[in-house]
Design a binder for this molecule. Structure first.
Ligand code: AHR
Length: 620
C-alpha cells in the first residue's frame, strides 16, 4: 500500500460525510430515544380504521367493581378521546373496594425502566363530578412491589384539571408499570397521562444511554424522521409536522401505518431539530411531498402541501417574531435552528406525480430560502438528473458481497452536478443475521469507497439506526435496546472507524497488489481535538479468509515524522464471521485498540482474516 501523506496533494472530506438516519421504526423514538414511559398516554392509539384503543392500558378490578370506557370528552381539541372510569365500589360498607382500590395501569413500552434514586414526573389530566382521591404509583410488573407512590386528592375537579406529582423511586425495576387506583365510588375521567424521568439529556427528553450511543458516533448530520414513516402507506397516516409541535398534551399523535404502530409524537418536529442541535449534527429534514405508498396528490393540488413545508421551514429558521418562528420560540428555542438540508420525499422517484410535485416544492423553497440544499429521490449516480437538485438520494440494501463491491459505485459518477447522499445503506438478508461481523466488514468496504469518492459523495448514513427488541420491524439495525439495556451491532462499531473522517484530509493511497480484490484501503490525516495532535490514519478491510501481510510505504510526510509512541492499531474482527453482539455479550464484536510495536515510513502489518483495521500513526 503506497501512501502519499502530503496534505497538499490530498482533498478535504466534507464535514458532513458520515452521519446518522433516525427513522421512527422499530419503536426507535416512541418507546426508545424519547424517554416518555407511558404508552398511549391519551388513549388515542388505534389502527388506520380504529378510532381509539386503550392498549396497553389495563383494568385492575373486575366488572362488578368498575367500568372503563372511552368517550369524546377531552379538553384537547386535537385529541378528543378520554378514559371514563366508573367506580362502583366504595370505602367501607357492603360494596367495599379491595385493599389498594381499583383502577388502571400502564406497562409502558414492554415495561418501564424505573431506576432507584431517580425522580419521575407524573402528569395527568383529571375530571370528576365529585372529589377524587387517586393513588399514583410506580410498581413492579405485577403491581406487588411499590417503587414510588403519592396520593392526589382534589375536591373541585369539575373542569379538566392538570395534576403533577414527582415520584422518587425507592428501588428500581426495569419492568415496572404505572398504576392509578382509587377506593372512592364515582366517575373519573383521565386524559394525557405522562411519566417522564427528570434525568434526560439536558432535560430535553432524550433517553441518556441511547443519546450517548449517537453522540459517540459524532455524526456530521442527522436525517429524520424517515424513511417510509414520512410517506405513510396512505397519505392520511403520513407524518405531518404541524401535528407534532406545541404542548405535548395537545398533540394528536398518529398511527404510522407502514411500521404499524401508534406514536404520541412527543418526539416531534421541534424535538428532532433539538436532537440535531444537541448532537452537533446538521439536520436533514425529509418531508412528504404529497406522495405515499398507495396514494398521491396531483401536482395541480399540491400547493397546500408546499405551504405546509414552507411553514415548517419558517418554524425552524424564522426569527422569533415570524408567525411560525414565534411558535418555536414559545417552545423554548428563540434562536433559529440551523436547518440547511431538506429531502423532497423518500424513495418516490418512480411515482407518477413525483417530478411534478418536486418541481413545485423546489421552486418555492429556493425562492424563500436560497441557501437551503435540496435532495431529490432520483438516482443521479450513472446519468444526469432531468430536474434541478443539490443532491440525489441513493439507497442500498443487499448481500455482503454486493455491498462490498459497491465501494466502486461512484468511481465513474459525474464529477459535476448534484452530489450523492447515500442516506440508507446496510447489508441485509442471510449475511446480516441480526447484525453480523460479515455485514459490518462489507459496509466498511463500502464506506471506504465512499470516502475515496467524497468529492462526489457528500453524506452517508446506515439504516435503520435503532431497534427495540420487543418490536423488531426491520432487521438488522445499528443499536439494539429494550427498556434498560442496549448494545451496538458490529455495524454500529464499524461506523466508529469513520468518526474522524468528517472534515479530515483524504490523502492518496494505492493498493499495488490486491489479487482477489479482497482488500480495500484509504488514508486520512486528521487532528485529534482531545490531544491536539496530528495523525495519519490508514484503514484497511481484509474481506478475504486469509491472513495478509501488508507492506505500507509512506511518502510525503514533509517535516512530520511518525512516532511509535502514541501510535495505535484498532481492529474489528471475531472468530466467526457470523458472530453478533447481544445484551449478554454487548462487545463480543467491537473495536479492540492496542499500541503498535513498529512504526515507520516503510512497515509491514498483519491483517487478520475477515477484519477491519485502523492504524493511527502519530505524527510528531
Ligand atoms: O430503513 C428502512 C426503510 O428502508 C426505510 O423506511 C425506507 O426508506 C427504505 O425502504
Amino acid at each position: 500500500l503506497f501512501i502519499n501523506a502530503s496534505e497538499a496533494s490530498g482533498r478535504k472530506i466534507p464535514e458532513t460525510l458520515f452521519g446518522i438516519f433516525f427513522e421512527e421504526i422499530n419503536h426507535a423514538g416512541a418507546g426508545g430515544l424519547w424517554a416518555e414511559l407511558v404508552s398511549n398516554r391519551g388513549f388515542e392509539a388505534g389502527g388506520p380504521n380504529t378510532p381509539s384503543n386503550i392498549d396497553p392500558w389495563s383494568v385492575l378490578g373486575d366488572e362488578s367493581l368498575l367500568i372503563v370506557s372511552t368517550d369524546w370528552s377531552s379538553c384537547f381539541d386535537r385529541n378528543k378521546i378520554a378514559l371514563r372510569m366508573e367506580v362502583l365500589c366504595d370505602v367501607g360498607g357492603a360494596n367495599a373496594c379491595p385493599v389498594g382500590g381499583v383502577g388502571i395501569y400502564n406497562p409502558g413500552f414492554w415495561g418501564m425502566n424505573i431506576e432507584q434514586g431517580k425522580t419521575y414526573k407524573v402528569v395527568l389530566f383529571v375530571r370528576s363530578l365529585g372529589s377524587v382521591n387517586i393513588s399514583v404509583s410506580l410498581t413492579g410488573s405485577k403491581g406487588l412491589q411499590t417503587l414510588a407512590s403519592a396520593n392526589i386528592i382534589a375536591t373541585d375537579v369539575l373542569n379538566w384539571t392538570k395534576m403533577e406529582v414527582l415520584l422518587e423511586a425507592k428501588t428500581g425495576d426495569p419492568n415496572s408499570r404505572l398504576q392509578l387506583m382509587t377506593s372512592r365510588k364515582g366517575v373519573i375521567w383521565f386524559d394525557q397521562i405522562s411519566v417522564m424521568p427528570l434525568d434526560t439529556y439536558k432535560g430535553h427528553g432524550f433517553r441518556n444511554d441511547l443519546f450517548s450511543m449517537l453522540q459517540d458516533l459524532r455524526p456530521g448530520f442527522i436525517r429524520f424522521p424517515g424513511g417510509c414513516f414520512v410517506e405513510g402507506d396512505w397519505l392520511r397516516n403520513a407524518f405531518r409536522w404541524k401535528e407534532t409541535i406545541g404542548p405535548w398534551e395537545e398533540r394528536p399523535g398518529h398511527f404510522g401505518d407502514v411500521w404499524k404502530y401508534w406514536t404520541d409524537d412527543g418526539l416531534g418536529h421541534f424535538e428532532f431539530l433539538q436532537l440535531a442541535e444537541d448532537l452537533g449534527a446538521a439536520p436533514v429534514w425529509v418531508f412528504n411531498n404529497g406522495v405515499s405508498h398507495n396514494d398521491e396528490v396531483d401536482t395541480s393540488s399540491v400547493l397546500p402541501f408546499v405551504q405546509e413545508i414552507l411553514d415548517g421551514l419558517e418554524f425552524a429558521k424564522g426569527d422569533a417574531q415570524s408567525k411560525w418562528g414565534s411558535v418555536r420560540a414559545a417552545m423554548g428555542h428563540p434562536e433559529p435552528f440551523d436547518l440547511r438540508y431538506v429531502a423532497i420525499g423518500n424513495e418516490d422517484c418512480g411515482k407518477k406525480n413525483y417530478r411534478g410535485n418536486y418541481l413545485k416544492f423546489y421552486a418555492a423553497i429556493k425562492h424563500a430560502y436560497p441557501d437551503i440544499k435540496i435532495i431529490s429521490n432520483c438516482d443521479g449516480s450513472s446519468q444526469p438528473l432531468d430536474h434541478p437538485a443539490d443532491f440525489y438520494d441513493y439507497h442500498i440494501y443487499s448481500s455482503a458481497k454486493t455491498v462490498f463491491s459497491m465501494a466502486h459505485k461512484f468511481d465513474h459518477s459525474s464529477r459535476t452536478g448534484p452530489k450523492a447522499f447515500v442516506s440508507e445503506y446496510a447489508v441485509t438478508g442471510d449475511d446480516a443475521g441480526k447484525g453480523s461481523l460479515l455485514a459490518a466488514l462489507a459496509e466498511a468496504g463500502f464506506l471506504i469507497g465512499l470516502e475515496r469518492n467524497s468529492d462526489v459523495v457528500e453524506m452517508a448514513s446506515y439504516a435503520p439506526l435503532f431497534v427495540n427488541t420487543n418490536d423488531r420491524r426491520w432487521n438488522p439495525d445499528a443499536i439494539v435496546f429494550d427498556s434498560s439495556q442496549l448494545y451496538g451491532t458490529p455495524s454500529y462499531w464499524m461506523q466508529h472507524f469513520f468518526r474522524e473522517s468528517n472534515g479530515a484530509i483524504l490523502v492518496n493511497s494505492t493498493l499495488e497488489a490486491n489479487p482477489s480484490n479482497s482488500l480495500i484501503a484509504s488514508a486520512i490525516t486528521w487532528k485529534n481535538p482531545e490531544d491536539n495532535k496530528n495523525y495519519l490514519r490508514v484503514k484497511v478491510v481484509n474481506f478475504g479468509s486469509d491472513t495478509v501481510i501488508l507492506k505500507i510505504s509512506i511518502d510525503g510526510l514533509e517535516h512530520n515524522s511518525l512516532q511509535l509512541l502514541g501510535s495505535t492499531k484498532t481492529v474489528l474482527t471475531s472468530s466467526n464471521l457470523m458472530d453478533e453482539n447481544s445484551f449478554k455479550e454487548p462487545k463480543k464484536v467491537a473495536p479492540v485498540k492496542t499500541l503498535m510495536d513498529d512504526v515507520g515510513k516503510d512497515m509491514e502489518v498483519v491483517l487478520s482474516p475477515r477484519s477491519f483495521t485502523s492504524f493511527d500513526l502519530f505524527r510528531k
